[in-house]
Design a protein around this ligand. Structure first.
Ligand code: EPU
Length: 432
């Protein structure tokens, strides 16, 4: 197992090019199951989650090959396979996005039931409701989901849930609807940039989708979709994380190749906290020269402040003078990062679904663990600003969403490296 060693206190400075969005790449890769002919995807991040979905697709008849550093060619072959590889699906909740395409093309799908995770329960009832609305018959008792549909028929379905819409649920129903008979209207649809990117890809393949970017999607089913070339949108969360790191260290970093329009809520939060964010075309320069200010944030579906930026902003706000709050409305359990940040001197209390951050906390290095991807990103932000050495374990979580993070931060002037963790017994003996 790898760990990261970070010596904090160096302001980040320079420019960094932002990778493609993992959460857009995953469903678009799954959508290749729907097409006839190859798809070529540009700006695909080289991440473990991408390899996981590629492995699942391979077992379902899609060959995948890297044909450039960030370019992936997917070729669907005729296959009747409809059982997704359980070992791979279990590694990543996002792989549930093969459900809709399998139903649409194979008339059946079998997947392991995705369990809860550190973010909370994370049910998929809305996915199932939407697909049942299109005529699928689904048994979803533990431990598996068995779904079948002799023929999918367009219908009016609502995906509005207690926490807003569902991003992957919208992807599943949207993909299934593209090849269903007749018109589907998806109400309460997610309108995240990643959902819009999927809809843009499907439209280029020949799908007839109206209302892209709104809460109501209208899909007129077509008989077939073709493969196309498509560029994945830049990762707004990777960009936001690096922006938070620039602000936390009092540095100046230019994020290149971004979509500033996808990042408005994050940029507004950073500016309210005292960072200057200058947008020029597809780049954003984030700079902080003065002290940080406390802010109150509430996570919300797009275009609101993204839950996937909550932990990183908490880490930043530890350094602001005064009390900040972040109310979490998407994942009521997204607070495991707070305990780890406390080891570094942060003063964060949880009040129901709100993180209350008291600052400024003199952050110091510590041995901490990434419990999930964004928690790990928050710990990296804190460690870069902290005094002394931080040893971050659970780096595989960070790797799920960040390609070569330590190299990129190193190029911006951070003192960060990756090493293999010593086996527990050896390091215990050493310290004894
Ligand atoms: N929900 C339901 N029923 C459902 C589906 C979701 O109640 O059937 C609830 C969830 O429990 C949650 C909320 O609705 O409270 C939103 O869940 P959603 O389905 O939108 O999340 P997701 O599609 O599983 C994606 C991203 C997450 C990101 C969320 C919210 C992917 C692969 N994952 O998850 O990304 O936090 O949308 O924006 O796209 C991450 O990248 O670190 C990550 C967790």
């Amino acid at each position: 197992m790898d760990e990261m060693v970070i010596h904090g206190g160096r302001p980040l400075s320079g420019a960094v090019h932002i990778h493609g969005a993992k959460n857009a790449a995953l469903p678009i890769m799954a959508a290749s199951l729907l097409t006839e002919g190859p798809t070529v995807l540009h700006r695909v991040p080289r991440l473990r989650d991408v390899e996981t979905i590629a492995g699942i697709l391979n077992s379902l008849g899609v060959t995948t090959r890297w044909v450039g550093p960030q370019t992936l060619r997917l070729v669907p072959h005729w296959s009747a396979a409809y059982v997704a590889r359980f070992d791979l699906v279990r590694q990543m909740r996002g792989s549930v996005c093969v459900l809709g395409p399998l139903l649409a093309t194979r008339g059946a799908a079998v997947l392991p039931q995705p369990g809860g995770c550190v973010l909370g329960e994370r049910p998929i009832d809305l996915h199932l409701k939407g697909l049942r609305g299109l005529g699928a018959v689904i048994q979803a008792g533990a431990p598996c989901i068995y779904a079948r549909a002799d023929r999918l028929r367009g219908a009016r379905v609502s995906l509005a849930g207690p926490h807003g819409s569902t991003v992957t649920g919208t992807a599943n129903v949207l993909m299934a609807a593209t090849l269903a008979e007749g018109r589907t209207v998806i109400e309460g649809a997610a309108c995240e940039p990643e959902t819009q990117d999927l809809a843009a890809y499907l439209s280029a393949c020949g799908a007839r989708i109206g209302g892209i970017g709104t809460r109501t999607l209208t899909v007129d089913g077509v008989k077939r979709l073709r493969g196309v070339e498509h560029s994945i949108i830049p990762d707004r969360i990777e960009a936001g994380t690096l922006a938070a790191a620039a602000a936390a260290t009092g540095g100046e970093v230019t994020l290149e190749g971004v979509r500033p329009d996808h990042m408005e809520a994050t940029l507004e939060a950073l500016e309210r906290a005292g960072a200057e964010c200058r947008v020029e075309g597809d780049s954003i320069t984030v700079r902080r020269t003065g002290p940080l200010r406390p802010v109150n944030l509430v996570t919300a579906p797009y275009p609101g402040f993204p839950t996937d930026m909550h932990p990183q902003l908490s880490a930043l706000l530890c350094l602001a003078r005064g009390r900040s709050t972040i109310r979490e409305t998407i994942y009521p359990e997204r607070f495991t990062y707070a305990g780890e940040l406390s080891r570094m001197g942060a003063r964060i209390a949880r009040a129901d679904a709100t993180a209350v951050v008291e600052g400024p906390a003199p952050l110091h290095g510590a041995a901490v663990r990434a419990t999930d991807l964004r928690a790990g990103a928050a710990l990296v932000v804190a460690a870069l600003a902290a005094c002394g050495q931080t040893i971050l374990s659970g780096v595989d979580q960070v790797d799920r969403g960040h390609q070569c993070l330590e190299e990129r931060l190193g190029a911006l002037g951070a003192d960060i490296c990756r090493r293999q963790a010593e086996p527990a017994e050896r390091s215990e003996k050493k310290s004894a």
